[in-house]
Every structure is written in structure tokens, then in C-alpha cells.
Write a protein that binds this ligand. Sequence first.
Ligand code: DGL
Length: 268
Amino acid sequence: MENSYNSIGVFDSGIGGLTVVHALMKKMPYENITYFGDTARVPYGSKSAEVVREYAFEDTRFLLKQGVKIIVVACNTVSAVAIDELKAKFDIPIIGMIDPGAAEAQRVSGNGRIGVIGTLATIASESYPRALYQKDPHLQVFSKPCPLFVPLAEEGWTEHAVSLMVADEYLAELKKHDIDTLILGCTHYPILRRVIQSSIGASVGLIDSGQAAAVEVERELKARSLLNTSSQQPRYSFYVSDVPQKFKQLGEIFLGQQDLRVTRVHLD
Ligand code: DGL
């Protein structure tokens, strides 16, 4: 296994975290990235908080062994149920998705009425509403789990009529609440962005928590003088816990990159 020293470590339950990697690559084009996708145990979103925490510890330990300088918890489910435990347990900067996404939503919302969509576990944790109310107790937050968006995104049905039907069904209730901002609180949802936008209406601003988190990662690296100063072609390493074929195929499409190097690993 190659040395990933000086790289940004990113983990997710599977492939969805590549939307976060994409945001990181755009924001910091010279940073090396080491990614772990737990494809053998995905989905996390329908599992208990206790199990998700255990997995998150193992994923983090794996990245630490690669010598990463910061950890980005791309998975919203892990960010929702395990971020405090991760920060308490590991001595490395750790950035989750919830706070950056909530901060950006609060910043851009004009009427203070914000929608949140995510996995069952993320919505049940109420992490986004908590983070939003902490920023401004006058906000009104409306949440809805949308579990079917994950397989639709993985199937690549980004513009499919079925995806639009599912979106219409899930988002009907949120539409009644006059929200002006909707947080895409799951790694996979930016892949369905067009369908979600067309269903919720053009006037509602969509917040991609991954993009908001990338801004936070850059700020954190800068503050700690950890930004990569070289302007050489960066190194991207991808590790998965199940066979790499599907990850490689979808990853190349998501990231617009050819010859993605994806290695299967076994977590201890
Ligand atoms: N990565 C997960 C998240 O962002 C979605 C997929 C899953 O359920 O594991 O919540």
C-alpha cells in the first residue's frame, strides 16, 4: 500500500462520498486525496447509530494508518450520529457534513424556512435541525427521509422519470411548508440534483453539504498550515472493502477521471 502522507483522508459508506471528493478536488486542485468507501457494508443509513459508530471508528483507523493529515467524514449518516465520538477519540482534525451544511443553509435562507432531506438515520438523529436551531432559534426546519434516492443515484438514474416520481412523492409535504432552502443531507443526493430541483421548484435553493464542507476543510488546513504547497499533479488513492469494479466504473463517471486506481482492502 502506498504512503498517503500529506493527503486529505475521506471516508464514506460507499461510492456516494465521491460527490464530496469532487468538491474537494475543485476547491483544492493540488491536494492529494485518500478515500475509503465501505462498499462491503453499505448502506449505513438504515443501520442503528451504535453499529454506524463502530464502522466509523474502523474506517477512521484505516485512514489514520495511511498517514492522512485530516479526516473528512463524507457520509452524512456518520456525521449525524458519530462525529462527537470520533472527535473525542482521535487526535486529528475531523470535518463532518452537518455543521458546514447547516451554516450555509442559514446563511442563504431569506425566509428562515429550511428543508432537510437525508437517510432514515440522519433524519432520525435530528442533527441538522439541532445545528440549525443552534445558529438561529427562530429558524423553522422541516425534515424528510428519502431512502430510495440512494439506489436511484447508484443506478445512475439521474434524469429518469421514476426518479422524478419518487422525488415528487417524497417532497410533496416539504413543498407545503414554503421553504426557500433545501439541504441535500446525503452524499448521493447531489447526483440527483436536477430531479430534486425540478420537483421542489426553481425558487428553492439547494445546499450541497459536501461543497460547504470543502470550504471548511480548506479553512482548517490553512489555519493549521497544512495546505499542500506544491503544485504538482496530485495523487488520488481509492480503497474499498468489496470488489472494486462497480466503484471504479461509477467513480470514473462521477469524477470525470480515467483509470481510477481502486484497491480492495480488508479492515482489521
Ligand atoms: N453515505 C450515506 C449518507 O450520506 C448514504 C448511503 C448509506 O446509507 O450508506 O448518509
